[in-house]
Design a protein around this ligand. Structure first.
Ligand SMILES: Nc1ncnc2c1ncn2[C@@H]1O[C@H](COP(=O)(O)OP(=O)(O)OP(=O)(O)O)[C@@H](O)[C@H]1O
Ligand code: SF4
Ligand SMILES: [Mg+2]
Length: 340
């Protein structure tokens, strides 16, 4: 378990692997080469909570989000919704419950439909409201995301990036989701509009109350918006806990490295060896085609020792802190706190 009670969405041991290379190579090897994008993840999202997913590029965040939203099949593990196992092919009602907003709002909107046409089609297909209420519902959605009714007659190309992301949010909210997944929702936008879209996201959550899974590279935003934070490394969750706890007392050396890269967020006295200049986690993440044995972080970990190559550490909770877990053999023995 990685979260408090009343879980809405729960993943257990989920894995998403991509076969790579040609069919001929796969034959010669007797099996395809597998890229382990998500490689055994347990994660819970409680009703109404905001959970952040952070980690370096390529750690598997988007693949995990797509799997949770039912947009990518899983190779292993199970996903439950409100205690009910979700089948690989989800019903329309189950697809409706989890909506995702992507980084690039342009490629995720149909350029041939006006915003009004797009919203009406969606509302009709999913029978969100009776036909006579559809127009008013579409107008209300646009009001919620800060766009006027004029937007109903406009095409996506007529909007700025920030406005397009507002449209993408309106489309996601049209289905009255219980879970909203936002995958880097502002990183493709001008810095000047990023804050307004993030504030909108926070307002919508307050007003409408869906759970939020927010993927972001911006740790300051994560700290501001999210109740809990999960840190992903090479296909696994390596630490998860209440956001403030994780930011002030990170237990996993990787989390400490991520935070140390941002001096103003780093916990006092908590810099990893190597100081604050440049990336605080030395070296590059290994390929997901060849995950290191034992602890997958060991090739970059300043504290790695013999046991780390032999044993894969499970997520385990901090003493007296059941909601704060880390996957490091020594996380709660003082090593991650900088002790010799
Ligand atoms: N469709 C795909 N086919 C093959 N490999 C893929 C596919 N999608 C993702 N991958 C690989 O899976 C791994 C995880 O990718 P993913 O996009 O989930 O990472 P991410 O954490 O979202 O990264 P970023 O922060 O850059 O968005 C990477 O090694 C990536 O190259
Ligand atoms: S288990 Fe070992 S290699 Fe992995 S994070 Fe902990 S100390 Fe580092
Ligand atoms: Mg991604």
């Amino acid at each position: 378990m990685t979260g408090p009670g009343a879980e809405l969405l729960s993943a257990r041991g989920i894995a998403v692997w991509f076969p790579v290379g040609s069919a001929v190579t796969a034959r010669l090897r007797h099996r395809p080469r597998l890229l382990r994008a998500v490689d055994g993840v347990d994660l819970d999202l409680a009703r109404g909570e905001a959970l952040a997913l952070v980690g370096e590029s390529g750690s598997g965040k988007s693949t995990l989000a797509l799997a949770l939203a039912g947009l990518r099949p899983v190779n292993r593990g199970s996903i439950t919704y409100d205690g009910r196992p979700l089948p690989t092919r989800r019903s329309r009602a189950d697809r409706r419950r989890i909506q995702i907003v992507f980084q690039d709002p342009y490629s995720s909107l149909n350029p041939r439909l006006t915003v009004g046409g797009m919203l009406r089609e969606l509302i009709a297909v999913h029978k969100v409201v009776p036909p006579r209420e559809q127009a008013a519902f579409a107008a209300e959605l646009l009001r919620l995301v800060g766009l006027g009714e004029d937007a109903l007659r406009a095409y996506p190309r007529q909007f700025s990036g920030g406005q397009r992301q507002r449209v993408a949010l309106a489309r996601a909210l049209a289905l009255r989701p219980e879970v909203l997944v936002a995958d880097e929702p502002v990183s493709a936008l001008d810095v000047s509009v990023q804050a307004t879209i993030l504030n909108l996201l926070a307002d919508l959550r307050r007003e409408l109350g869906p759970s939020l899974l927010l993927i972001s590279h911006n740790l300051a935003v994560v700290r501001h918006l999210c109740d809990r934070t999960a840190v992903m490394y090479l296909g696994r969750i390596v630490e998860v806990g209440p956001t403030e706890r994780l930011f002030t007392s990170p237990a996993h050396p990787y989390t400490r490295g991520l935070l140390a890269a941002i001096p103003r967020l780093a916990p006092a006295g908590g810099q990893e060896p190597g100081g604050t200049a440049g990336p605080a986690v030395a070296g590059d993440m290994p390929s997901a085609l060849s995950v290191p044995s034992g602890c997958r972080f060991r090739t970059r970990c300043p504290h790695a020792r013999e046991r780390c190559a032999a044993e894969d550490p499970a997520l385990a909770s901090a003493p007296g802190e059941p909601g704060h877990l880390a996957a490091c053999h020594f996380a709660f023995e003082g090593i991650a706190a900088g002790a010799p």
